[in-house]
Design a protein around this ligand. Structure first.
Ligand SMILES: Cc1cc2nc3c(=O)[nH]c(=O)nc-3n(C[C@H](O)[C@H](O)[C@H](O)COP(=O)(O)OP(=O)(O)OC[C@H]3O[C@@H](n4cnc5c(N)ncnc54)[C@H](O)[C@@H]3O)c2cc1C
Ligand code: FES
Length: 250
């Protein structure tokens, strides 16, 4: 894993939904190759540990990080102002493996949606199914359409799109796609993995674990996986965050 500490100029940090912000950073590093599903580890002034945030986009010299205020660190991030410098470790982790000849369904829930924008840009006309609790949390629909995706939207309470869960829509469309990539809360990932197993479709999932170092040195992010019939621990930060769904012991 090759990464660097980078000092990036903050271009914009606007609120786009309830407690959700869209941070845009100037990426003046033409040599940098970022894979979809990788993440940035953001230094927050006054905090010892960095905060992991998925790459939402890394096109046209701009790095986008879309994040939700959860605690003190992300609240500090939301107050950062254009013109200031943000210290990030980038690019980290193993992202999605995309085969340009396959039709993908990208399925994502809540704050699991941001990494799917950059992923959609690497796929040929993907189907993107997004799910949110409610209309006030819906994000990135126009960006996904502009990236060439067919988008389907659902909310738990029916205030936007179809009322229901992403897996209801996945079941209806799974026959027409070759592979699924998913990011979101663990119960959603488990349900998506079940639907894919029953349909015999390969599935990659992006896991979220609390992180310390972000680079494979501290073991905070260990997750249990099964390989060749044996259970072993892997690092979400270095071996993931994206894993083959069949490997993960939920
Ligand atoms: C690979 C990866 C990608 C992520 N991508 C995004 C994203 O694109 N957008 C987004 O809004 N959030 C994302 N998260 C979750 C985000 O990292 C946490 O919401 C954030 O670190 C919370 O920090 P805080 O200081 O506001 O909260 P606090 O709860 O005060 O954090 C305390 C400590 O716990 C850690 N922590 C808390 N929650 C999480 C969590 N869910 N995952 C990892 N560490 C956590 C913090 O980093 C910090 O060290 C991602 C997490 C991972 C692991
Ligand atoms: S966060 Fe330290 S090993 Fe993964």
């Amino acid at each position: 894993m090759k990464y660097d500490v980078r000092q990036l100029m903050l271009l914009d940090n606007s609120q786009i939904a309830e407690d959700i912000f869209d941070m845009r950073l100037k990426l003046d590093a033409p040599d940098l190759s970022v894979c979809c599903g990788q993440f940035a580890h953001v230094y927050v002034p006054g905090k010892t540990l960095r905060r992991p945030i998925s790459v939402c986009d890394a096109s046209d010299g701009v790095l986008r990080l879309v994040y939700q205020i959860k605690g003190e660190g992300t609240a500090i991030m939301a107050k950062m102002q254009p013109g200031q410098t943000v210290d990030v470790l980038l690019p980290l982790g193993h992202g999605f493996d995309i085969d340009p000849n396959k039709r993908y369904c990208l399925i994502c829930g809540g704050i699991g949606v941001p990494p799917m924008l950059y992923t959609a840009k690497q796929c040929a006309e993907p189907l993107v199914i997004t799910g949110f609790r409610s209309e006030s949390l819906v994000i990135l629909q126009d960006d996904l359409k502009a990236a060439g995706a067919e988008t389907l939207l659902c909310t738990d309470d029916g205030t936007a799109g179809q009322k229901g869960f992403v897996t209801d829509l996945l079941r209806e469309r799974i026959d027409e796609i070759d592979e699924v990539c998913a990011c979101g809360p663990t119960p959603m990932l488990r349900a998506v993995a079940d639907v894919c197993r029953q349909a015999g479709k390969p599935c990659q999932i992006s896991l979220e674990e609390r992180m310390g170092c972000g680079v494979g040195a501290c073991l905070v992010c260990a997750v249990k996986v099964r390989e060749n019939g044996e259970e072993l621990m892997k690092h979400v930060c270095k071996d993931g965050p994206v894993f083959n769904a069949e490997e993960v012991v939920f």
